[in-house]
Design a protein around this ligand. Sequence first.
Ligand SMILES: [Zn+2]
Length: 308
Amino acid sequence: MQTKLIIHPDEMSKQWVDVAKKNNIDVIGIHSVGNVNAHINLKNDLDLFQTKQYKSAVDYANLSGIKVEYEIHAVSYLLPRELFLTHPEYFRADENGVRMQNLNFCASNAEALEIIANNAVTLAEKLYGSTNNYFFWTDDIKNSYCKCEKCKNFSPSDQNLILMNAIIKKMREKDKNAKIAFLAYYDTVNLPKKVTPEKGVFLEYAPYERDLYAPASAVGEKEVELIKKLIEFFGKENSCVLEYWYDNSYFSGYKKPPKKLVVNNSIIKEDVQFYLNLGFENVSSFACFLGQDYRELYGEPDFSALKK
Ligand SMILES: [Zn+2]
């Protein structure tokens, strides 16, 4: 099992690396803030990734044996929104067939897929110190997938997989070991029905809609069956769960100052076992809003439940 904690770019620091090291965390994930401004946030973060301070924190992580990966809602960045003016057909259609400039893409437009895939290759090169596991997620606003004549029979999960397939095929032309996550979450949590994964696509399952105050095993039989089917469909290799155990941005209502994080170590340990028993290889959790400002207010968060 590999453990990963996911933090915001401006929280990345040598202190964070030390905390990860102390708790035997294998990977630090860097997550740009999502929502409707995800593409703007990512643009700003790409500048941050070039700074000396950021790079030295990433170097310090890698030298300490801790890998760095990037988990980003990237589609609005990868398909520049300005293209709508000349090529509205690259963009999603709403239920009335009207093309929309914001959020996601048209999964039936080959040129749009090509542009996104090419830009993904370029983006990958800008992610300082990254492994070759990539997490370029679609936009996560509910009901934001294409409903054009050609796409309407493809579910959000199908559309997500069409895109991940297009990206990984392009990436593997340069790096045959590149891998990309299919994020099963929210509108894309269900099994794709009309598309099968290309080589290099792996499952990342995020139970965003579960009761985060109850054990993961309380999700119910239907969800457990779905998880099993997802693992069967995508395979166990590289599969990971993306949890919210330490997501202090969530528990702080996405507003600073951060609240004090309450962790329930026995539930987290039980959850980890639950996921491993289902077949996941790796576990990760958001751990945003636990940076320097948090440490000054409350001291170091307790990640001991993930210690192996
Ligand atoms: Zn479409």
